[in-house]
Design a protein around this ligand. Sequence first.
Ligand code: ZN
Length: 399
Amino acid sequence: MAELAGGFIMSKNSVFVYSDAFQTYKFHDRHPFNQLRVKLTYDLLQTLGALHDSQIVAPRLATDEELALVHDTDYIEAVKKAGRGQLPEEVALNYGLGTEDTPIFPNMHEASALLVGGTLTAVDYVLSGKAEHALSLGGGLHHGFRGKASGFCIYNDSSVAIKYMQEKYGVRVLYVDTDAHHGDGVQWTFYDDPNVCTFSIHETGRYLFPGTGNVNERGQGKGYGYSFNIPVDAFTEDESWLAAYTEALIEIADFFRPDVILTQNGVDAHYYDPLTHLCTTMRIYREIPKIAHQIAHQYCNGRWIAVGGGGYDIWRVVPRAWALLWLEMTEQSDISGRLPEEWVARWQPHAPVSLPLEWDDPENLYSPIPRKAEITEKNAQTVMKALHPIRSNKQRLNL
Ligand SMILES: [Zn+2]
């Protein structure tokens, strides 16, 4: 570690997977999923002087064989054809392609394979020991299924990455998903696998896509007990959300003892997010990576791969939240106060809303939530239910 001119302590051990080509994953101009947010984050970090050329690595394309670790080959062929305008509409719909959520766009196979390749690049850096931590914000497409696109996701980079890690490196993976939507694609892929532990904390599926992620979804067969879900109530605020996340992640990590941790960092639990109903602020996006980082060092020799995910207020929420993730990863997390003025000035003319001027949100971001106490109590009950198997087993073994 070396003290640099700006007063930052730089860790040499993290890589940031990035290419402007992440922008090619684009459904259309009015679609809520917008990869401009990755560029906004990248630019924010560069403007801040917190991301150096030596830390940036280019994503590679995932091969068809790699995609087929998870995805059906007929689905991969369908995605290729769709991207060339050669897939009949009724066939496309069977694969979840051409829907309102997941429309067809030119060269969608190549664009999607690049996001998967970005996550695989991050994996190889960390598991070959070239880096301790790696971040690929192009990834995090947790709704992609074996043979079907869903919820803005075509290929599931995390699922492919976990299979790849198992086959190439023989490691046990803890997958942690803090997106406001349930990490269904990854959960179902490893539902019967005791060597992958999935933990998703999300807004209850009662009113929100994809509707799953109930606390009782615990895995099946040999994988029973290795799937954890904490569905929090709508209008959950920082304190209750963080209490649930922290308590659960610490106990799950201690139970599973992973070799590597993969975190999906959707940032759509924020109050401003237009697609969800939670009331969290930038405070949780400071804390989420902090705990993940601790776990990585406590159990995994530092091995931590982080990907992006949801996040639909691309101007006010995503750049700050994802920048904080990188700042935590590289031990520069003491940054607060005003955002770089140069960044605000550069992007404000393009934004339909006023950009925030500070890293943290103001105290009075929204009016008080009337059901706060009830929601807090309900979430605490949900955490108890989710962790019950771990706790009762510990009690039985007298630990
Ligand atoms: Zn989401």
